[in-house]
Each structure stands twice: as C-alpha cells, then as structure tokens.
Design a protein around this ligand. Structure first.
Ligand code: TXA
Ligand code: MG
Length: 364
C-alpha cells in the first residue's frame, strides 16, 4: 500500500483510483476509513473482503462537503411523509455536519443493497477533515468508508497504522496525519416520528445531542445495535478492564492480576500512583501509559487507539485498562471502546446483538 502525501497530486491520484473501483485509505477527523465508490457494488464488495467483514454489517456512506440536503439526495429517501417533529430533529442533527455525527436514515436508490447490508436504512455522515473533503469533492460522489482496520481490530488513527492493518490489500492511503479526534463518530437513528436513538457512543457526546433534540433513546432492545460484538477494537494482546483506579482496588482484585508482563493503561492523570500500587502487590509493570497526564478527555480520545496498538508488542502479556471515572462526554465513548477491546459486554447496549432481527450485529 502506497502512502500518498495529501497534496493536489495525491488527492487526484486517489480520486482516480476510486473511480476505477479501487480502495483508498482516507483520513477523517475521527479515524481513518477504507473508502470505495458507494454506488459501485463490486468496489463495495472489495471493502468487505479486504476487511474480512461479514456482509451483514453495513457501511457508513460519506458525503462530499456542501449543502447537506443536496448531498443526501438519492443517498437517502425523501422525508416527505415525516412528522414535523421528525423533520425538526433531522434539521437539528444536520447542524453537526460536516462533523463526527452519523445519521441512520431511510435508504435512497443510489446505495446498493450490499453497502447497507440489505437494510432499508443507510448510515451517512459528512466528514469535517479537510483531506476527506478534498478527496470526496475530487471524486464527486458518495464513498463508503468503514474504519480501515481488519474486522474486530483497533481502528487506525494514522496512515502508517492503516498500512500495518491492511498491507497491500488497498492501493493507497492518503496521509492526513494523526486523526484529530481519534474515536469514531456517534451514530444515531432518526425516525419519522422524531424519535432519536443512540446506536453507538462516539465523538459527539450524548449530552450535546440531548441539548438539541431532547431525550435520546438508548434502550438496547429496540435499537439496531452496531458495534455490539462483545469483542471488538481488540489488539492482539489480551485487555483486562478494571472499574476503578488500581490504587483503589481491593486486594483480591489486585492479586488476581497477572504477575508479569503487565502494561497499565490509564485514561486520565499520571500513572505513578497506579504503578506503585501494582508493584507493592508484587506485580511487575512492563510499561505504564496515560492517555492524558493532565486529565483532558479530548486528548485521551486522540491517544486511545494508538496506545492500544503500541501496547500490542512482545513482552506484554496483558494490558490492564482502567475504565474512566465517569461516563460523561467523550469518556462514555472511551469506556465503551475499552470494554469492547477487552471483549467484555456492558455499557450502552449490553453487548447483545440488535433485537429486531434485521440488526447488523457487528461493528468493524
Ligand atoms: O467515525 C466513523 O464513523 C468512521 C470513519 C471512517 O467515518 N467509520 C466507522 O465505520 O466507524 P465502521 O464501519 O467501522 O462502523 C460503522 C458502524 C457499524 O457498527 C455498522 O453496523 C453501523 O455503523 N451501521 C452502518 N449502517 C447502519 C444502519 N443502516 N443501521 C444501523 N447501523 C448501521
Ligand atoms: Mg470500525
């Protein structure tokens, strides 16, 4: 896979490759995506193949920058029959575009069955990253782009991580530098009566959505549950989550941890107190990382996936990851990803597959 500089030549080369049905690693403000022409079923099929992603798990369609309603034409179906509340909520949510909010809406005729895994809905977003916008504008149409990792693994946040994940399977990756947010978009479904359902916590905090549209449904059983595979965002090394700072764990919890090959992953704050607690319990700490020494959730999100990748190395037998202290704002999404990287259900959707029989059951 060639890493292309994100200059005019790189962008037009990548756009030409997409027009020929090829795949391109595309930086976005959240994570890198593996882009393909959303209207070309053969190109979309290659995305599933390269990721090793099951075909029942639908992709997100990315739209070129511009007026949202115009960009949605054909990609989603018109909202003519919608209630007034439904149209108001849709308008309020579209105010996040371009940005890291994905909307699940009725699917339009331009999107082939495979991209949406046969569902009557389609997930769409308009990315804010300047390189994604230039690529989409040069290509001139919608691109599917799941996170550019192999199925079930950690999402890439640099061009090099995309290459490490996919090797030569995709032609190019555009180098947009490290992703500024570092965690995937928030996904909500908007229904004709105005109901808004959270399907995946992410870069836009739930509280911010509630401030705009009022109560957001988060119940698992009626939600189509993307990302519900209990094992996901998983590095090769096993991850074990603990629910409080290790210096506050009960002794039996501490002594149940492995004695050697331990890496500590703290979300906020300095690691020293945790390392001292582990070492005084006779646990050898190979490496200790904090995602943000000075306690910034935004910085922690930006570093999360790179840290999981870096800790997946010889000499480390287990990553002990502390869940964040609260589930507010970005910390909710960070906690969700850590639980999934550990393969433990819980959090938003309890790790269960969607309950309505048409649900995509995996995130990737
Ligand atoms: O930030 C992001 O959203 C990144 C960047 C590249 O844009 N993309 C991303 O895509 O995270 P992916 O494929 O890794 O995750 C998409 C999730 C999956 O869990 C899928 O099941 C869900 O979106 N999804 C897609 N279409 C859906 C639909 N029609 N209804 C419900 N869930 C859907
Ligand atoms: Mg993914």
């Amino acid at each position: 896979m060639n890493i292309l500089a994100a200059d005019d030549a790189g962008v037009s080369r990548a756009a030409a490759h997409l027009r020929e049905g090829g795949l391109v690693g595309m930086p976005t403000e959240t994570v890198y995506g593996l882009a393909a022409d959303a209207r070309d079923p053969a190109a979309v099929a290659r995305v599933f193949e390269v990721k090793g992603r099951p075909r029942f798990d639908p992709l997100i369609v990315h739209l070129p920058p511009g007026d949202p309603l115009r960009a949605l034409a054909g990609v989603t179906s018109p909202v003519l029959g919608w209630s007034r509340r439904g149209r108001e909520h849709l308008d309020a949510l579209l105010a996040w575009w371009p940005g890291p909010l994905t909307l699940v809406l009725p699917r339009g005729e331009a999107i082939p069955d495979l991209a949406a895994a046969g569902l009557p809905t389609v997930a769409v977003r308009m990315p804010a990253h300047p390189v994604a916008q230039r690529l989409l504008a040069a290509f001139g149409g919608p691109l599917v782009a799941p996170s550019a990792n192999r199925f079930g693994r950690v999402s890439p946040t640099t061009a090099q991580a995309v290459r490490d994940e996919l090797g030569h399977a995709a032609g190019y990756v555009l180098d947009g530098g490290p992703c500024p947010i570092g965690i995937e978009s928030t996904i909500v479904a908007v229904e004709p009566d105005g109901t808004v359902r959270l399907l995946r916590p992410g870069a836009v905090p739930l509280e911010a959505l509630v401030a705009r549209v009022g109560p957001v449904a988060t119940d698992s059983d009626r939600s189509v549950a993307p990302g519900s595979s209990p094992s996901h965002y998983a590095p090769g090394v096993p991850v074990r989550v603990v629910h409080s700072p290790v210096e506050r764990l009960e002794l039996d919890e501490l002594t149940s941890l492995p004695r050697t090959g331990v890496a500590l992953l703290r979300v906020l704050g300095p690691v020293e107190p945790a390392v001292r607690a582990l070492e005084s319990a006779g646990i050898r700490v190979e490496e200790a990382r904090t995602l943000s020494a000075d306690g910034s959730a935004a910085e922690a999100a930006r570093h999360l996936f790179a840290a999981l990748r870096a800790l997946d190395r010889p000499g480390i037998a287990c990553v002990v990851a502390e869940l964040p202290p609260t589930g507010e704002g970005l910390l909710a999404a960070i906690g969700d990803r850590l639980r999934r990287s550990a393969g433990s259900p819980g959090g938003l959707d309890g790790g269960g597959a969607g309950g309505n029989g048409t649900a995509p059951a995996e995130d990737a």
